[in-house]
Write a protein of this length. Structure first.
Length: 255
């Protein structure tokens, strides 16, 4: 997963940094992307099942206060952060990934697997092993969040890692719009304002993840309860004494 190695001190006048495989030609495209881009920006090992001459990748990197934000367009490929990467390219930050357009892909981390399509968003942890496979041409935005900031706002960040906020959730579209807007900010704006904006984003991100996770848990609970109720009613269809009170008692709920 292409993302930026953290900078402890942000540059106040840093301009967007651009990598584009078209600058080296088709024959060297994937090698350039894998060796030049990922060696300097991404702590992952990268492979592609497609012909390397057909690969295309472009990445723009922006510094916004405490965040590094990347706008990435890539052909089909697979990123893997394995034990070798963890040991040789240290990085313990969290990354927010939002699929803008295209095919999307699948993340595997912490024993969880999730598909991200257009409009979907999730957080992954660069301090732990993971893999992400882009299934085809995909346009994504990635925001790098310093670990200390996320851990200062939530006791257990791992509970929010590798869990999606899907495109039908208004929180996903809001967060994607915020990340996209960071790439369009006036570069001459003051560092103080950009720093305040980036910290506000982290606050909103944490709240959105917590709200989404609670909603999903409640939805699953309600679905399970409904299934139990349907089974109990089905079993007692011919029981003339069965009523709502008995159903509630069996479910352990209030009538």
């Amino acid at each position: 997963m292409v993302s930026c190695i953290k900078n402890e001190v942000p540059f106040l006048d840093r301009k967007p940094f651009i990598f584009d495989t078209t600058s080296v030609g088709h024959d060297r495209a994937f090698d350039y992307w894998s060796e030049a881009v990922t060696a300097h920006f991404s702590p992952t090992q990268n492979t592609t099942a497609s012909p390397r001459s057909c690969f295309h990748g472009r990445m723009e990197v922006f510094t916004v206060g405490i965040l590094n934000v990347s706008h990435l367009h890539t052909s089909a490929m697979r990123n893997a952060r394995d034990l070798w990467s963890l040991r040789n390219i240290p990085n313990d930050d969290f990354f927010v990934m939002a699929v803008n357009t295209g095919v999307g892909g699948q993340l595997s981390q912490l024993g969880r697997q999730l598909f991200l399509g257009p409009g979907d968003l999730m957080v992954y942890d660069s301090a732990r092993e993971f893999s992400f496979e882009y299934f085809g041409e995909t346009d994504v935005y990635i925001a790098q969040v310093p670990r200390r900031l996320l851990e200062a706002r939530i006791k257990d960040p791992q509970c929010l890692t590798a869990r999606p906020i899907i495109h039908t959730n208004p929180l996903a579209s809001m967060l994607l719009a915020m990340i996209k807007s960071f790439t369009q900010l006036d570069q001459s704006s003051s560092f103080e304002s950009r720093n305040a904006l980036s910290k506000s984003f982290v606050d909103i991100l944490v709240s959105s993840l917590e709200c989404s996770l609670v909603f999903n848990d409640l939805s699953n609970t309600h679905c399970n309860l409904l299934e139990r109720a349907k089974k109990i009613v089905s079993i007692n269809l011919e029981n003339p004494d069965f009523d709502v009170g008995q159903l509630a008692q069996t479910l352990g709920a209030s009538p």
